[in-house]
Ligand binder design. Structure first.
Ligand SMILES: CC(C)(COP(=O)(O)OP(=O)(O)OC[C@H]1O[C@@H](n2cnc3c(N)ncnc32)[C@H](O)[C@@H]1OP(=O)(O)O)[C@@H](O)C(=O)NCCC(=O)NCCS
Length: 191
């Protein structure tokens, strides 16, 4: 079995992340995981290049966070996370804000696993990796916004499957869409 590991998206990991995005034949090849940042996804003929440049600038500046999952040296998936102001453009935002009582310390946003590596627990490894990184960054309350697998096709589970979050200790708080839940848990800090 191929050895699996997780690590942070930083400048050193950028080439492996970029290799996955550029060759994944799915949404991230154009959006570069920019949709939840304040800039949103660029449009236009050169949108992929613009999104790539903006993402890399954020990684260099430390204003984009994700846990990457590696099998040997290949990045096969990720789980994006960040503080609320780093990821303001969540799905179901209007309903979220109508029912908001307080912002979390951290949000989980885009979850992605490369085709050929799906249904092997990579998404769970990525979310677990994100929680480990959050613990190292001071911990706190963490929210995610997943939908149940089966409510939409897996290719549109942009925030991952509800079951993945529940397996890692998240509990359901409220609904902000036909299928979308706000789920929450607390992460203890580690030194
Ligand atoms: C959603 C996604 C992250 C799940 O990754 P994964 O590693 O395959 O997830 P898992 O194997 O841990 O499965 C999670 C759950 O979803 C279910 N599931 C996953 N794919 C499924 C499918 N095609 N049909 C039905 N259920 C499915 C699994 O059975 C599992 O449920 P369980 O916990 O009850 O057993 C992956 O399908 C994906 O990347 N989809 C595209 C999302 C995307 O484009 N994101 C970027 C947007 S820019």
């Amino acid at each position: 079995m191929t050895q699996r590991s997780t690590g942070a998206l930083d400048s050193a990991a950028w080439p492996a992340f970029a290799d996955l995005v550029e060759h994944c034949d799915a949404f991230p090849s154009g959006c570069w995981c920019m949709a939840f940042h304040s800039e949103g996804v660029a449009n236009g003929a050169d949108h992929a290049a613009v999104n790539r440049e903006r993402k890399q600038a954020r990684v260099v500046a430390g204003t984009a966070h994700a846990a990457l999952v590696f099998e040997a040296d290949d990045c096969v998936g990720w789980c994006q996370f960040g503080q609320s102001d780093e990821l303001p453009r969540i799905k179901g935002r209007a309903a979220y804000e109508r029912t908001l009582t307080g912002l979390p310390d951290w949000r989980i946003a885009c979850c992605f696993v490369a085709k050929g590596h799906r249904r092997q627990g990579v998404a769970k490894a990525a979310l677990g990796g994100a929680l480990d990184l959050i613990a190292g960054l001071g911990g706190g309350t963490v929210e995610g916004y997943p939908e149940p697998a089966g409510s939409v096709s897996a290719g549109f589970l942009f925030n991952g499957a509800l079951s993945t979050y529940e397996q890692l200790g998240f509990t359901r708080d409220r609904m902000i869409g036909k299928h979308r839940w706000v789920v929450t848990r607390f992460v203890e800090p580690i030194d």
